[in-house]
Design a protein around this ligand. Structure first.
Ligand SMILES: *Cc1c(COP(=O)(O)O)cnc(C)c1O
Length: 357
């Protein structure tokens, strides 16, 4: 198999060990003589995986009593709608930090007054707004902790006067989180915790049941709580790989250790961006994400963009093209991205500078 440095934004690099265990389970799952995609989701072997996966979430994130972890379909994109449907009576507040936040806001508008407390749209979302007021009469306040496209991140668990709900699709399990500060945390698995096809939802049970509208069965979080995420057939294979990915996180030493690794990788790459006169970072320094690192060519080297892309590709870099709304480059350096890949990218930038400046 050829060796590459995978910087894809999602789906993206997963721990090799998790992928290898999944390959074995595709052949023979838990000694059943059947593939993990052939077994009944009602079998005791599968129920054990479901239970273990929820327990791993609770253990790694130190989730307090009163919360459930659900594994659903539909992606984070369906949560945009479900959040508003399950939590908004009259009014909700949102922080607009990017395209994903905007999509969440769009869905919320169908359910009541949707207040955008602050936005960084004026500068292509290159910073996290500060100094805004959260209306005390809102049913909840929604944030996107990591803005995958722009490389900005809210790294602290904030205090909110109303229930706090966070889309953590692209930074979940990258650092310890004080879950008690949130009514709900959700995201698609395909950035840091598994393959596409499963959506995680961490929800405080007592925060539910406060809206008056009819909620369709499949869109009601209570349905999934009452049925241990098996009201309908769960995405069995994706959950299996998620389970193995979480075991890897645990083996790496848990979230404190993983956070340290992530910070170290991010520091390395940002230091090179700041040192190298051919490149410039796009996110404001105090908003920089440790998961998605966005940069462009310096103005005087703008015409070299395609050259660097080709140069990096030749050296095995995959997925470093920036999102079309930002341009330039984006290196997604999620948990499973090895330090060697970041080192290789840094070396690539240094060599390009030597040869082209
Ligand atoms: C990728 C992403 C989404 C979309 O997730 P889907 O599972 O594809 O719906 C939403 N929010 C953020 C922050 C993301 O990075």
């Amino acid at each position: 198999m050829k060796t590459v440095h995978n910087f894809n934004a999602g789906p993206c690099v997963l721990p090799r060990e998790a992928v290898n265990v999944a390959i074995e389970a595709l052949k023979d799952f838990a000694g059943t003589g059947m593939s993990v995609i052939e077994i009944s989701h009602r079998s005791k072997e599968w129920e054990a995986v479901m239970k273990e996966t929820e327990d791993l979430w609770k253990e790694l994130l130190e989730i307090p009593e009163g919360y459930r972890v659900l594994f659903l379909g539909g992606g984070a994109s369906l949560e945009f709608l479900m959040v508003a449907m399950n939590f908004m009576n009259k009014k909700a507040a949102y922080l607009e930090t990017g395209v994903w936040a905007k999509k969440a806001i769009k869905e919320a508008k169908a359910f009541g007054e949707t207040v955008v407390v602050a936005s960084s749209a004026d500068t292509t979302f290159n910073y996290i707004p500060k100094g805004y007021t959260i209306p005390a009469d809102a049913d909840y306040f929604h944030i996107t902790t990591n803005n995958t496209i722009y490389g900005t991140e809210i790294k602290e668990d904030m205090d909110s006067p109303v229930p706090l709900i966070a889309d953590m699709s692209s930074d979940i399990m990258s650092r310890p989180v004080d879950v008690s500060k949130y009514a709900m945390i959700y995201g698609g698995a395909q950035k840091n915790v598994g393959p596409a096809g499963v959506t995680f939802v961490i929800v405080k049970e007592s925060a539910l049941g406060k809206v008056e509208r009819y909620i369709p069965t499949m869109l009601d979080y209570k349905t999934h709580i009452e049925n241990d995420s098996m009201f309908n057939t769960p995405p069995v294979f994706s959950i299996f790989v998620m389970n193995e990915t979480l075991k890897w996180v645990k083996k790496m030493g848990g979230l404190k250790a993983v956070n340290k690794m992530n910070q170290d990788k991010a520091d390395l790459l940002y230091a090179e961006i700041d040192r190298n006169s051919m490149f410039v970072g796009t996110a404001e320094k105090d908003s920089r994400s440790i998961m998605n690192v966005c940069f462009v060519m310096s103005p005087e080297y703008k015409e070299k963009e395609a050259d660097f892309m080709a140069y990096a590709k030749e050296r095995g870099m995959v997925g470093i093209k920036g999102h079309r709304s930002v341009g330039g480059f984006r290196a997604s350096i999620y948990n499973a991205c090895p330090r060697e890949s970041v080192e290789a990218l840094v070396k690539c930038m240094q060599d390009f500078e030597k040869e082209n400046k």
